[in-house]
Design a protein around this ligand. Structure first.
Ligand SMILES: [Zn+2]
Length: 228
């Protein structure tokens, strides 16, 4: 059974008849076509929209995060709409998405748990000029907000402290100052018990690379992307 059968690709295509496979191999797939979103958040208007999407499930999925591009540029490609100038949606922090995908790697789960909430918020913003869940911070501030929430720490330094700990062997990480601001070392604070579940999401070298690249200012990121 191929990885994509296991991740219930066929079920997704059946449920979304206007989307089709435009690339397929054992490692990666691309799905393109009209994608319907029908969603409502309690206390807010419902959204019924159709977007032309190109969704790439890359090699390494579900550890590597899918890239989604809205091909007709109906959604403005700017930070206010959480969309990079060269097209891809900014679906949320990598670790949040990796966490969801590690528990629910099916193609439909990616759509339902990550893509639909994103498209709902962005469609809402375009139609009603506000986000239903409050104006999300974007760029680096958005990332830090996200990580403060999921790591349960306060401030950029603490967020970076957690990522740094995750990029090192447990024995080495235990000697670092604890990101929970207790003033102790990680090794003697209960905070250390919250780290294994993040360690499970990827290898130390992924965290190291992520730490080096994720927090550069967005202008630098764009320039780097263009040059690449
Ligand atoms: Zn602590």
């Amino acid at each position: 059974m191929s990885k994509w059968e296991r991740f219930e690709l066929q079920e997704f295509l059946t449920a979304n008849p206007k989307m089709r496979l435009t690339y397929y191999d054992d490692f990666s797939i691309t799905i393109e076509g009209e994608y319907n979103i029908n969603a409502q958040m309690e206390g807010f208007h419902s959204i019924h929209e159709c977007y032309s999407l190109k969704i790439e499930f890359p090699e390494g999925y579900p550890k590597t995060i899918p890239v989604v591009i809205e091909t007709k540029s109906v959604i403005p490609r700017d930070l206010d709409h959480h969309t990079y100038v060269d097209g891809p949606f900014c679906l949320g922090s990598d670790l949040k998405i990796k966490g969801i995908l590690s528990e629910s790697p099916n193609v439909s789960d990616f759509a339902g748990k990550i893509l639909d909430p994103f498209l709902y918020s962005i469609s809402y913003k375009i139609k009603y000029h506000m986000f239903p869940n409050g104006d999300l911070a974007h760029g680096e501030a958005g990332l830090i907000d996200d990580y403060e929430r999921i790591f349960n720490v306060k401030g950029k330094l603490s967020v970076l402290g957690v990522l740094r700990a995750l990029s090192k062997r447990k024995r080495v990480a235990n000697k670092l100052p604890c990101p929970c601001a207790c003033g102790k070392r990680i090794g003697v604070c209960d905070f250390r018990f919250s780290l294994p579940k993040w360690r499970e999401l990827d290898k130390r070298r992924w965290f190291k690379k992520y730490l080096a690249n994720a927090f550069v200012p967005i202008e630098v990121t764009k320039r780097k992307r263009r040059r690449a």
